[in-house]
Design a protein around this ligand. Sequence first.
Ligand code: GLN
Length: 236
Amino acid sequence: MSASKVSIALVLPDLLGTYGDFGNAVVLEKRMAWRGIPAEIVTIRFGEPVPDSCDIYVVGGGEDTAQTLAVRHLRDHPGMQRAAARGAVILGVCAGIQIFGEHFTRADQVTHPGLGLIDSTSHAGGSRAIGEVIATPADGLFEGLLTGFENHQGRTVLGPSARPLAHVKVGTGNDGSVEGAVQGRILCTYLHGPVLPRNPQLADLLIEWATGTKPAPLDLPAVTQLRAERARAAGI
Ligand code: GLN
C-alpha cells in the first residue's frame, strides 16, 4: 500500500465502462471498507494524466473506437504502465484485455499497438461472442466458478508469459477454450456483469495482492443468490 488508504484508479470510465464496469472499483472499495481497510476510488477521465502511484487500476470494456482512443491516451500518459512495472495490481475487462496486449486488430482489420502489459495479441473473430459465460479457475487461482456476461468480437491469443485465468465451460472467453489472462499481478477477463460483484473471490484475490494479506471471509447472501441465479441462466 502506497499510503494510509488503498487507492483504486478507475481508468477512463468515460471511454471504457460498458455494462457498469465502474462497479468493479466500487466492489473493491466496499469489500475493503467492510473489513476496516480504508480505500478510495480515484477517477481518471479521458484527457487527464494517469497517476503512477495508485495501488489498484481498474479498466473496463468499450467498443473498438473507444478502446482505440483509450489506448492512445494511455500510451501518451504511461502512469499505469509505470505502476505495473513496480507491481501494482491491475484488472482489465474485455477491451481491457485487448489493449493490455502487444497489439490488437479491430473488426475493420486495422491493427493498433497495445500497452505491452501482458504477453498476448487480439484480433477480430468471425462472429460476436454474446451471452453468459461459466469457466473453471486455472491452476487453483481462486475458488468456485467464474461467471459473467460477454459481448465482444475480439479473440485473444496468449503468449508463454501469460497464463489463462480460467477454462471455458459455457461461452467463448478468449477463444472458446480459455478465458482471461494472468501475468504477475495483472488480471484480465472478457467478463462483464460487472465481473467483481459476480465473482467476489476474484475481488478478494486482487485485494490480497494489493494489501499483502488474505482478507477475512465475508458472507453476503445476495451475492450467493446472484451467483446461483446466473449459473442457472447459463444452464449449469
Ligand atoms: N471492442 C472489443 C470487441 O468487440 C471489446 C468489446 C467490449 O469491451 N465489450 O471485441
